[in-house]
Write a protein that binds this ligand. Structure first.
Ligand SMILES: [Zn+2]
Length: 420
């Protein structure tokens, strides 16, 4: 089959920029943007300069506070097509206590055996670089029908308050469809095309006991809050069931992470009167907060009925961190088809559809701004993110750039000669 001319042109343009794209991903890695503390000014300046260098001059930086800028770049079409939003976050998690485990310097991009190492390589500076060059490639072909809106956000790793949440709730961002370039692989690159992502519910269970002089705990009535909390947590690990309708694209279902934080007692000599453990539950699309709350309340009520000395309280994290909703889009959306078609062309196969195990900015765009959002498709593996020796395949960055350019062309590009 003869390839449409513009598809070949876009592929050739990206191919010609191969080294520049990888170098740009490297320059993003060498510009620290850890959240916390949260300051994307330098990395935003690097992106802003690159956009202008590539001939993309319709660039603005917006944010709720100066140190958390979001870079927006628009390719304005002829008005004869939809608006496609491509989103990447510019911040990373901190190096943290894993620094000694890095084999290379986390802020010195290092190419070894075809892998680009550095903090944020996969999550997600590679995707940011790929989006920027994909937009530039599309721009080289002349005016598009629809608009391409590049949105390179701050604060994703901090919960998105200054990034996607700000854009959706205060800035009033608008688009017809969106893709976030979060790294989709778990065991290998290009493993899945994620059309939804799991949500998370965060809460703490407090257990009350008897605070008293510990020398008398066996002579006076006493309840050890630390021990009760430990027993409750163990019982939960064995018996607590979340009720939900299984999602065909995420057969593993819900994940309950008990004791992500654990605290109790006061000091030696004081019998513990209070202890608590925190938990996050990863939810699948279709689940509702009120159903999960009912499951938790019923479980705690049953435990207290069996053990009248167990006094518990269920506290959710302050909103909106208590419930970050799962999201999904229809597999029939044009953006899903365009990404799949582009993958088939570039990779030679269509990654199977799935649900992303982790949270992304997609609820902010989809539920906050009404933009159907594909939450994760691009280069790299989520399994190497937030850890030492993060890497992304250098070839995958080029492939991502081609896929983003071709999918954008299919959705908003000028029609090829002879096409209607
Ligand atoms: Zn990420």
């Amino acid at each position: 089959m003869q390839l449409p001319t513009r598809t070949q042109q876009l592929t050739d343009i990206v191919e010609g920029w191969r080294e520049d794209i990888i170098e740009f991903a490297g320059s993003l890695i060498s510009t620290p943007s850890e959240t916390p503390p949260g300051d994307e000014r330098k990395v935003a300046a690097v992106i802003d300069a690159k956009l202008h260098e590539l001939g993309l001059h319709n660039v603005t930086c917006v944010g709720a506070v100066p140190e958390r800028p979001n870079v927006l770049c628009t390719l304005t079409g002829s008005g004869d097509g939809p608006t496609l939003l491509y989103c990447g976050h510019t911040d990373t998690k901190p190096v943290g206590t894993a620094r000694g485990l890095w084999k290379t310097d986390p802020f010195t991009p290092t190419l070894l055996d075809g892998k680009l190492y550095g903090l944020g390589a996969a999550d997600m500076k590679a995707a940011v670089a790929a989006f920027v060059y994909a937009a530039a490639a599309l721009n080289q072909l002349g005016r598009t029908r629809g608009n391409l809106l590049l949105v390179l956000v701050a604060d994703e790793e901090g919960g998105g308050r200054y990034g996607a949440h700000f854009l959706a709730s205060e800035y009033g961002i608008k688009a017809d469809m969106a893709l976030i370039g979060e790294p989709p692989g778990i065991d290998r690159e290009w493993e899945y095309l994620h059309i939804g992502c799991r949500g998370v519910c965060c809460f703490t269970i407090g257990v009350h006991g008897t605070q008293m002089h510990s020398s008398l705990s066996d002579r006076l009535p006493s309840v050890n809050a630390s021990l009760k909390a430990a027993e409750l947590m163990l019982r939960m690990s064995r018996e607590f069931k979340v009720h939900f309708i299984p999602h065909p694209l995420y057969p593993k279902g819900v994940t309950v992470n008990l004791g992500v934080k654990l605290e109790g007692g006061v000091f030696f000599g004081v019998y513990p009167g209070y202890a608590e453990f925190s938990t996050d539950i990863r939810t699948v699309p279709g689940m509702r907060r009120e159903d999960l709350v009912r499951d938790l309340e019923q479980f705690l009520a049953e435990c207290s009925a069996r053990d009248p000395s167990l006094k518990t309280e269920l506290r959710f994290r302050p909103s909106p961190a208590d419930w970050i909703a799962p999201t999904e889009v229809s597999p029939d959306l044009p953006i899903v088809k365009a990404l799949s078609d582009a993958s088939d062309h570039v990779l030679g196969f269509r990654p199977p559809l799935s649900i992303y195990p982790a949270g992304t900015d997609s609820p902010k765009f989809q539920l906050g701004a009404g933009i159907p959002t594909v939450p994760s498709f691009g280069a790299g593996l989520i399994s190497v993110a937030h850890a030492a020796n993060e890497w992304v395949g250098a070839e995958s960055i080029i492939q991502a750039c081609k896929i983003y350019a071709l999918a954008a062309h299919q959705l908003i590009g000028a029609r090829d000669n002879g096409q209607v």
